[in-house]
Design a protein around this ligand. Structure first.
Ligand SMILES: O=C(O)CCC(=O)C(=O)O
Length: 286
């Protein structure tokens, strides 16, 4: 991806979308990356994600918290984009801080969940993205009808050329792109799109992955993929980010009250304790 000034990249994103964003998304499986949040907002997301980490109900359950992560997921600009792609009633069923070690590689795959129900992913670079760590995608591969992990096991899913050849055998015109994004930029893509990541640099990378679906879909928690996906019995709690509660599938659990970020709880507990302490002192107590 050509790197450029932030405002140029915003303008290029806006030019490339316009009224036909949905048509282009259906054809390519991805929108151009665009600047969404500031570096300070990225830091707040990392801070809250780390605080919630030890008490997550599952590894993609960050949206259960009233945190910087879910505030980003609800940004009007993002909600406008996802409703444009998924319809007016949209739920967020997964939010995750994806951290990659230096030298790490995430093999080519399509999300098992997105192969089972419509899912739009939003991937936001939080720390040490760009040449240090980047996503690779195969534009157009979302409509190939198969996920790379379900191909002939002889295909090496860490080998770009083998994977591109396999994709081209199923759908003409797929094109590989390595996306060296900047901190705070967002990439919106269909979860069926074949994608991979690489962290060739020496710094640990963080990204926020948000997964949205139409409220009529019934998301599940992936238990594993021994041969084909298996799902947990418990449903993921979902945030209704747009539309009407009455149109949410009855099987979905909608979050009415988000959990507090653990650090925020301590802070407010300390605040209450301090207030009680000063009240006691005013009344002549200890
Ligand atoms: O951020 C990454 O390294 C890849 C994330 C990803 O593709 C996934 O979690 O499905």
């Amino acid at each position: 991806m050509t790197r450029g000034h932030r405002s140029e990249r915003t303008a290029s994103y806006e030019r490339s979308q316009g009224a036909d964003a949905r048509v282009r998304f259906d054809a390519r499986g991805v929108l151009d990356a665009f600047p969404l949040i500031s570096a300070a907002e990225c830091d707040a997301v990392v801070r809250d994600a780390l605080a919630c980490g030890p008490v997550l109900s599952w590894h993609k359950g960050l949206h259960e918290f009233d945190s910087a992560c879910s505030r980003v997921a609800r940004l009007p600009r993002l909600v406008e984009i996802v409703t444009g792609l998924l319809g007016e009633d949209v739920i967020l069923w997964a939010a995750q801080n994806v951290s990659q070690q230096p030298g790490g590689q995430h093999r080519w795959h399509a999300d098992a969940e997105a192969m089972a129900w419509p899912t739009v992913n939003v991937w936001i670079g939080l720390r040490n993205v760009g040449a240090n760590s980047f996503l690779s995608i195969l534009e157009g591969s979302h409509s190939s009808g198969v996920a790379p992990q379900d191909l002939d096991p002889a295909i090496d899913l860490l080998d770009d050329e083998q994977v591109v050849m396999a994709a081209l055998g199923r759908r003409s015109g797929v094109e590989r792109r390595d996306l060296e994004m900047e901190v705070g930029e967002a990439l919106v893509f269909d979860g069926r799109l074949w994608h991979a990541s690489r962290t060739p640099g020496s710094l640990r990378r963080s990204a926020l992955l948000l997964q949205y679906s139409p409220a009529s879909a019934v998301p599940k928690i992936l238990a594993g993929t021994p041969t084909s996906p298996t799902w947990e019995e418990r449903p993921p709690a979902c945030l209704l980010v747009a539309g009407a509660r009455s149109r949410v599938d009855a099987a979905n659990v909608i979050i009415d009250r988000q959990r507090r970020v653990p650090g925020a709880l301590m802070t407010s507990t300390r605040r209450v304790a301090a207030r009680l302490g000063s009240a006691r002192r005013r009344m002549g107590g200890a």
